[in-house]
Design a protein around this ligand. Structure first.
Ligand SMILES: Nc1nc2c(ncn2[C@@H]2O[C@H](COP(=O)(O)OP(=O)(O)OP(=O)(O)O)[C@@H](O)[C@H]2O)c(=O)[nH]1
Ligand SMILES: [Mg+2]
Length: 290
């Protein structure tokens, strides 16, 4: 499968962000703690050159805590200011406010010298689709001004939101980039739900997910769907199908996803495991490690 999603609203969004960049003091970039590298859009990096920057590793409640710790070290070693958060938890993101102020201290000093008093800090909140930008803004400001939803492409235009009298946050639409140099990046974005599912082959995506899980989280699948590894071997022997399809068959059997006539419904099983992964029902899983 060729992973790609770059609809017109993203081209418009990046243009809007380029136009607004001169108004902001800092870029707050959200990435997904389960895929911290693939979750960073190079176009946002380019946009933010010369600006104060803050990277937030979001959705840490769904990621493997040990791996998240390694990522924090990784970014810190690269000199990137990074905070791990769960945007759904207001207490988590209170600390972010202090980090924003700290990252903007040069600007605050400059204002002071010029005799400008109380000009609010302006922050652009940017990142890939569905990473949690609008949720983060809502919890940080304690309002539900920004529209959120568990699918990519919810925010379509820009929206300024006030945080008290001293900070303004710009919510932006999630953006991907025109071409992934490495298709694995696209795969990872698709897995976490940052890409429109309509363009994706669920079966293929599930097979890739199964490979990743079996490599790094060995018994997660068999435990979750209550079958044994030997059942998978049996299916492979009997049906002569690849391992991924055999896993989907075992999941379908276990969850009674059957087609008329009683054959296992692999498509439904594929949808099931992807949905379970995206909703952290397989536990806390990190796809990428440093
Ligand atoms: N578990 C968990 N879910 C989160 C977190 N942050 C956001 N979400 C969920 O992720 C989904 C997407 O959140 P949004 O805030 O709409 O994401 P967005 O980045 O604004 O998305 P677009 O506007 O489509 O680019 C929603 O279902 C949120 O509830 C988090 O830290 N943990
Ligand atoms: Mg949004």
């Amino acid at each position: 499968m060729n992973y790609q999603w770059y609809p017109g609203h993203m081209t418009k969004a990046i243009r809007m962000m380029q136009e607004n960049i001169k108004l902001v003091d800092i870029i707050i970039e959200l990435t997904d703690a389960r895929i911290p590298l693939s979750g960073r859009n190079p176009d946002i990096d380019e946009l933010g050159k010369g600006k104060a920057r803050l990277v937030l590793l979001n959705k840490t409640d769904m990621a493997d805590p040990a791996v998240t710790k390694q990522w924090i070290e990784y970014f810190e070693n690269k000199g990137v200011t990074v905070v791990d958060i769960n945007s759904k938890q207001s207490k988590d993101i209170k600390t972010v406010k202090d980090k924003i102020v700290l990252a903007c201290k040069d600007k605050i000093e400059r204002d002071k010298k010029r005799g400008i008093k109380n000009r609010p800090i302006r922050a652009m909140v940017a990142g890939i689709p569905n990473v949690g930008k609008s949720t983060f803004i809502n919890h940080l400001t304690g309002k539900s001004a920004a529209k959120t939803g568990n699918k990519p492409g919810v925010t379509k235009g820009k929206q300024w939101i006030m945080l008290g009298n001293n900070m303004q946050l710009l919510d932006t639409p999630g953006i991907l980039w025109p071409k992934f140099e490495d298709q694995e990046v696209g795969l990872h974005l698709a897995l976490i739900g940052s890409m429109n599912d309509e363009n994706l082959d669920t079966g293929e995506l599930a097979v890739e997910l199964i490979k990743i899980l079996n490599k790094d989280y060995e018994s997660v699948i068999t435990e979750k769907y209550a079958f044994s590894k030997s059942r998978v071997e049996e299916i492979i022997d009997k049906e002569g199908i690849p391992e991924g399809a055999a896993y989907l068959t075992a999941i379908a059997e276990s969850r009674k996803c059957l087609l008329p006539g009683g054959k296992p419904d692999l498509q439904r099983a594929a949808g099931l495991i992807i949905d379970d992964f995206r909703n952290a029902r397989l536990g806390r899983i990190s796809i990428e490690r440093p």
